[in-house]
Design a protein around this ligand. Structure first.
Ligand SMILES: Cc1cc2nc3c(=O)[nH]c(=O)nc-3n(C[C@H](O)[C@H](O)[C@H](O)COP(=O)(O)OP(=O)(O)OC[C@H]3O[C@@H](n4cnc5c(N)ncnc54)[C@H](O)[C@@H]3O)c2cc1C
Ligand code: FES
Ligand code: FES
Length: 1323
């Protein structure tokens, strides 16, 4: 049962492939698999997800990981070097997977005859890969840090058709100054990596003439070569379908996770009958074990129907899944397990037949008949699928799918495929439908079905508006999502849109053919009126940065420290630390009940539960310790175990311990918890519940935001009032690529070392010690790097560290835990949901006079960091001058997982609430929203009134300039006019454009730093902050080199001598936490102060050396002399900000232009222009990465990330299948970022500003632009209140469609056909 990933990570030194999801949905585990055919002497390579590939199915294959293509010792591969040089790696956890996806695309492209570029040799230094292919190369790989743009640039740098000048900021040439030249890039030549070793080829050749060792089975794996052999296995005594797993490529395990361990596996891929590909004049027969990628290749080279099938298949899953996943496995999942298959739908409409082998006979059935049958048993084998060749005469075939992402790994809400045979009516010239097949799938139905009543009705008809209207009516009687399906009405409306689009293309022009279902769909063949459809636009970008040499090398855009190491996969994260001797593993058992006594925990009898070594519960907390898993004493703590009462769904009840992580996770799934709700109050789950029950946390006065001015007076000055506006924002999950993890190693004398992926080493040290009842100096917490934090590795990381510590203490063995994605998502908590009700007063010219907000914040079960949220929310809401501001904030205590800080916590909600109110005001006045925004931006005086000291000096207030630059420019006006023109001429697609300003207050914190110079002159630096991917260590390195530059004649070389070492709570104390966007600058300042101390100590020695020699003293000589003179070469500083300058404000604005598809609700971000005041950037490349990455994370929050829970508050969108963060295909098609530097302000650290969180707020511009587009649609289709409507966060595709009107097709047809007679339906 071992997956390739598990094998590589636990039985070999390889650590490059990472576990990000275990379900094929993230790409962190991608490797290259190579197969060798001794007959042709050919090697075939393809990428695959190692988390789903079973190692038992890889006999005689070669596997290449990221370390295999390049590494520290042998030199890095150009893919790794370019990823680093294009600044495309931040936390680095996704990078090895990205690297392998790109590498395998290059391998594929450079094989003869496999690309659109054909066999022409690419220009020297390039691959045959095209830019378009480059965009799809990483379409299934998730990255939460970078925003994808630099990854794409690194990938495109290999493309034969790239214009290198179009690529973004990089370290190979200085953009705008140097000429972009391939010679400046790390050299690429195809075939430089051996993907299949000679010794293995020889071994395989040597066995060529051996009689195949039939079926085998010693290792539990059986490899039948024929159906006959398979049946003899089925007939043997040992076959028991409950403990034997039949697999083709096992990607189905990404969908239907194994609930138990298996004894035996039958690998059916080697069965010759399942691999046929037979093309003849009648059609194409495809063996069931043929991979989807191979099927695409075969179908692509065929008639239009085949090519459409290929095009649809290329949107299924991702390249690394399609390369192994079989067509047969998909169809069987559709038939047996109600899988929402695309393949079954397209094959059904194409009139396919299947050949199956049951226990007793071979049958040939239509796919329709096969799907209609009861789920086939385990002994039924699908042999092949036959797709007839329809030729091209009078046959029209279209397929569609609508999914949260166009290409990146998302199953569809609804898919469809339609095939019609038509004839021309001689008299009228109209098309008559002779025959038609309408297949719909994935809408919440057992399997793809045909809309037969609609088909019957349409036969013999020529298409007109009344005919389509009647067809739609009949369709709505057919498409009935089963109970429990999410967004049922939306799905029905999609099916209607599909049918309408198809039929209208057969009808007369009056119907306005809606060849429009293209975003996230496939029916529109990619183009409209000869233009490239918006979703097919290639991604372009521009970056404008200010470089400053004043504090060299601070201010240089140097590449992230360790980026190549991250790309090669050698960078060590917590789970990469080799397991210590006797290490055991833990997995949480969590409650699924929001408020219940835990009466007992038992395990289902199963192979997995046999693996349980023990269960750690609250009873195992040592005497003197406390049941505490998180918290800061002054705010309040949270229990480690729900004991004796579980207080929320997702709470830890106990920790299953087993010999491997997989066994522990699998065994935890077997736990059955006995609950009782006797004598307990019903749970409080929502803000409304909490308000009803007065269930609140107190907001300490020193954290409470303050009102401004006199609200009543402000209202009395208003010409207009809105008295009851409302807006809601839901939660957001962190989606760090590395889930929560820790390793605890017990040490002598009641000490313990905890390796933790955390933003809070110091707090973990404190909480672990409190939990174990030992002094703080007994606990050492070490953090080298974190695979993405975003706030989630703050309070939430302490639970797992404590859990490991308690288990390790009790069992006296090292204990490691690495949460599976589902458990992580269920326990994580995430962003605070909020509900704001507001009353606002304003004058007729748009000037605001007063605002009152009733704000409900769902904080969950414990205070966590929630007491900080109200102030952050109000601070960002204050970006406008409200005149007077009053509020009533309720921090609600509820029975849900505690909400914690998520990048820009509270700030993003506050900023958005302000926008929702401004939009409401503008709508009420019928005014342009940007004009109302501009009118109410602060003057310096009002800024000071709202922000106090944080407002700073007048010259630092850059927001008005930024806003004017973007929104008051002639370019903006002409774009706004173009949007209006577009909307006037386009019924089914609407565009919107909007500009959103932001203010973001940050606070500086005391931070330690330590700089030590070693005997050889190399420098070790320690800082309080942790490297999360935000570039902290890179900036600290630069600052160290700056701080010591005057001591070293080769100041540039100094940078290479600096190593920033891991955070260690016993080496550097008072590290505090990493967060709030200011850790980098604070850590830099602490380091600068340490360097100043060293400078003072070393300068006299340098002077005396130079006086003696008359020449500059080399660094090595200086350090040697200092050592001789017993100078202390280590300096430590604890930097404290000036009490008069603790806070400052960051400014920025963004214009986004979007296009929505009125038929599907899909949004394409056509363009985003971000301007952000970064001050005098410490490293513009790092800051640019922060700005882009934060913006894209914000886009996820505002558009697509639906962190849904069930009625008990248990997270149900708990994996990559249901929770959709942005992918490369959902970022802006044109993505421009400008970093500006406002006035120098020496009070800030070298005049720099923060960049980590504020730019996330800019993504509200996408939401606001979507609203403008929806307005245009509502106006066109006369939907109620076209201008004033509530639009919450996130605005998912379903929400957009609903706001545009679920019935727009019917409205449109109705208006066309009102005069015409409706034909009678055929019975
Ligand atoms: C991340 C991800 C995204 C995906 N997205 C999509 C999507 O958008 N649209 C879509 O349609 N599909 C999607 N899929 C599904 C994917 O197409 C299937 O998982 C895959 O085709 C199954 O093939 P397999 O060879 O891996 O089957 P396996 O996992 O090996 O088998 C699946 C099941 O079928 C049985 N089986 C396999 N072959 C046969 C056979 N020949 N005869 C009888 N039984 C057999 C197995 O016993 C098992 O029960 C996605 C999958 C993943 C992992
Ligand atoms: S870990 Fe394999 S795809 Fe996510
Ligand atoms: S760099 Fe991609 S997830 Fe962090």
């Amino acid at each position: 049962s071992t997956t390739l990933l598990e094998f590589l990570r636990t039985r070999t030194p390889v650590r490059g492939p990472k576990l990000g999801c275990g379900e094929g949905g993230c790409g962190a585990c991608v490797v290259l698999i190579s197969k060798y055919d001794p007959a042709t002497d050919e090697v075939t390579e393809f990428s695959a997800s190692s988390c789903l590939t079973l190692v038992g199915s890889l006999n005689h294959c070669s596997v290449t990981t990221s370390e295999g293509i390049g590494n520290t010792r042998d030199g890095y591969h150009p893919v790794q070097q370019r990823l680093a040089g294009f600044h495309a790696s931040q936390c680095g956890f996704c990078t090895p997977g990205m690297c392998m996806s790109i590498f395998s695309s290059l391998v594929k492209a450079d094989k003869p005859g496999t690309t659109t570029a054909g066999d022409h040799a690419p220009p020297p230094g390039f691959s045959k890969l095209t830019c378009a292919e480059a965009e799809h190369a990483v379409s299934g790989n998730l990255c939460r840090c970078t925003g994808y743009r630099p990854i794409l640039d690194a990938c495109k740098s290999f493309a034969a058709d790239v214009d290198l000048e179009d690529l973004g900021l990089n370290s190979f040439w200085k953009k705008g100054t140097d000429r972009a030249d391939v010679g400046k890039l790390p050299e690429y030549s195809s075939g430089s990596v051996c993907t299949f070793p000679e010794f293995l080829k020889s071994e395989i050749k040597g066995q060529m003439n051996d009689v195949p060792a039939a079926i085998a089975g010693e290792d539990g794996w059986y490899h039948p070569r024929s159906i006959q052999e398979l049946h003899s296995l089925f007939d043997s005594n040992w076959f028991d379908e409950n403990s034997v797993k039949i697999v083709a490529s096992n990607t189905g395990a990404g969908v239907y996770k194994d609930q138990d361990l298996y004894d035996k596996y039958i690998d059916i891929k080697g069965i010759a009958e399942l691999s046929v590909i037979d093309r003849n004049s009648k059609g194409l027969e495809i063996g069931a074990a043929v991979s989807i990628s191979k099927a695409i290749e075969v179908f692509s080279d065929g008639t239009p129907v085949f090519r459409k099938i290929a095009s649809h298949l290329s949107k299924v899953a991702s390249p690394f899944v399609r390369n192994t996943a079989t067509v047969g496995g998909n169809v069987i999942m559709a038939q047996r397990l109600q899988f929402p298959s695309d393949i079954a739908t397209v094959l059904l409409a194409a009139g396919s037949t299947v050949t199956i082998q049951t226990a007793s006979k071979m049958l040939c059935l239509t796919l329709d008949e096969f799907l209609e049958q009861p789920p086939c048993d385990a002994k039924t084998i699908l042999l092949s699928i036959f797709v007839p060749d329809w030729g091209s005469d009078n046959v029209i075939f279209e397929t569609s799918r609508v999914a949260p992402r166009p290409f990146g790994n998302a199953v569809s809400y609804v898919n469809s495929a339609f095939l019609a045979r038509t004839s021309g009516d001689g008299a009228s010239g109209e098309l008559i439908i002779e025959d038609i097949c309408l297949a719909f799938g994935a809408y919440g139905v057992d399997h793809t079905t045909r809309a037969r009543k609609v088909e019957e009705f349409l036969k013999g008809q020529s298409v007109s508006a009344p005919v389509i209207l009647e067809a739609v009516r009949l369709l709505k009687d057919t498409i009935m999502p089963s109970e429990g399906t999410t967004h049922p009405e939306y799905r029905v409306s999609l099916a209607v849109s599909f049918l309408f689009s198809f039929l209208s293309s057969l009808g007369n022009n009056q119907i306005e053919p809606a060849k429009a279902i293209a975003p996230n769909g496939s029916c529109a063949n990619g183009s409209m009126n000869g233009q490239v459809a918006s979703e097919d636009l290639q991604i372009r970008s521009r970056q404008e940065l200010v470089f400053n040499d004043e504090y060299k090398p601070v201010g240089k855009p140097i590449t992230k420290s360790g980026a190549e190491l991250q790309a090669s996969g050698e960078a060590v994260y917590v789970d990469d630390i080799p397991a210590p001797k006797d290490c055991i593993y833990g997995a949480f058992i969590y409650s699924t009940h929001p408020h219940a006594h835990i009466k007992g925990v038992n395990f289902r009898p199963s192979l997995a539960s046999e693996k349980v070594i023990g269960v750690i519960t609250a009873k195992d907390i040592p005497a003197g310790g406390k049941n505490v898993g998180a918290g800061i004493n002054m705010l309040g703590t949270e229990a480690l175990f729900g004991d004796p009462v579980s207080e929320f769904a997702g709470q830890n009840i106990g920790i299953v311990i087993a010999e491997t992580q997989k066994y522990a996770c699998m065994a935890a799934k077997q736990a059955v918890i006995e609950y009782s709700t006797e004598n307990l109050q019903p749970p409080i789950l929502t803000i409304e519940d909490a308000i009803r029950h007065n269930s609140y946390f107190q907001i300490p006065p020193y954290f409470a935001p303050r009102p401004v001015g006199d609200f009543e007076q402000g209202m009395s000055q208003a010409d207009h009032k809105i008295l009851s506006g409302e807006v809601k924002l839901e939660s957001q999950y962190y989606f760090y690529m590395e889930t929560q993890t820790a390793l605890a190693i017990p040490d002598e004398d009641n000490c313990i070392t905890v390796y933790s992926s955390t933003q809070l080493p110091e707090i973990i040290q404190n909480v672990v010690a409190d939990c174990l009842g030992i002094p703080y100096h007994n606990v050492r917490v070490i953090t080298r790097r974190v695979g993405g934090g975003f706030g989630g590795k703050g309070m939430k990381s302490t639970h797992i560290a404590c859990a490991c510590a308690v288990a390790a203490f009790k069992l006296r063995r090292p204990v490691r835990m690495y949460l599976d994605r589902k458990t992580d998502m269920i326990m994580a908590g995430g962003r605070h949901p909020m509900k704001a009700k507001y009353s606002v007063g304003f004058k007729s010219d748009g000037t605001l006079t007063a605002l009152h907000v009733d704000l409900g914040i769902n904080a969950g079960i414990s205070p966590d960091l929630s007491p900080f949220i109200p102030a952050a929310t109000i601070a960002c809401l204050n970006k406008y001058n409200w005149g007077a501001l009053a509020f009533d904030i309720k921090l609600c205590k509820t029975n849900v997982s505690s909400k914690s800080a998520v990048r820009a916590p509270g700030d993003v909600q506050g900023s958005f609430i302000a926008e929702a109110i401004i939009e409401h005001v503008a709508s009420a006045l019928g005014a342009d929203t940007n004009a109302v925004r501009r009118k109410n931006l602060h003057s310096v005086e009002s800024l000071t009134k709202f922000y106090g000291d944080a407002a700073g000096d007048a010259p630092t207030y850059s927001l008005i300039d930024i806003f004017d630059k973007l929104a008051s420019s002639p370019e903006y006006r002409s774009r706004a006019e173009a949007v209006e023109r577009f909307n006037g001429g386009s019924r089914w697609k609407k565009r919107g454009i909007s500009c959103v300003p932001i203010t973001y207050e940050v606070a500086l914190r005391p931070t330690p730093g330590k700089v030590s110079i070693l005997n050889d002159g190399s420098i070790a630096v320690e800082v309080g902050g942790v490297e999360l991917g935000q570039g902290l260590y890179t900036k600290v390195k630069q600052m160290t080199a700056f701080g010591l530059r005057e001591l070293c004649p080769d100041a540039d070389g100094l940078l290479d001598k600096v190593r920033v070492i891991q955070a260690d709570t016993l080496s550097l104390i008072q590290g505090s936490f990493t967060g709030g966007s200011t850790t980098s600058e604070s850590s830099c300042e602490a380091v600068r102060q340490s360097c100043t101390v060293l400078f003072e100590r070393l300068k006299p020695i340098k002077d005396s050396l130079e006086a003696k020699s008359g020449a500059a003293a080399p660094w090595s000589a200086l350090i040697a002399q200092a050592k001789m003179a017993s100078v202390n070469l280590s300096a430590h500083a604890y930097w404290k900000p000036d009490p008069a300058f603790v806070k400052y404000i960051n400014y920025g604005a963004a214009v986004s232009e979007v296009e929505i598809d009125v038929l599907t609700g899909a949004t394409t971000i056509m363009r985003s222009d971000l301007v952000y005041d970064c001050g005098q950037s410490l490293n513009p490349a790092v800051d640019l990465g922060q700005v882009e990455g934060a913006f894209v994370q914000g886009v996820g929050f505002f558009t697509n990330e639906d962190y849904a829970t069930n009625a008990d508050g248990l997270v149900v969108n708990d994996g990559t299948w249901t929770y959709k963060i942005p992918t490369v295909d959902t970022i802006p098609k044109q993505f421009n970022v400008e970093l500006i530097s406002s006035a120098r302000d020496k009070k800030r650290v070298l005049s720099s500003k923060a960049s980590g969180e504020p730019p996330l707020l800019l993504a509200a511009s996408v939401h606001c632009a979507m609203r403008e587009a929806i307005r245009a649609a509502r106006t066109d289709f006369s939907v109620n209140s076209p201008l004033t409507f509530q639009m919450d966060v996130p605005a998912t595709m379903a929400d957009v469609k609903e706001l545009c009107g679920l019935d727009v097709v019917e409205r449109h047809l109705q208006s066309l056909s009102s005069a015409a007679e409706v034909p009678t339906p055929v019975a």
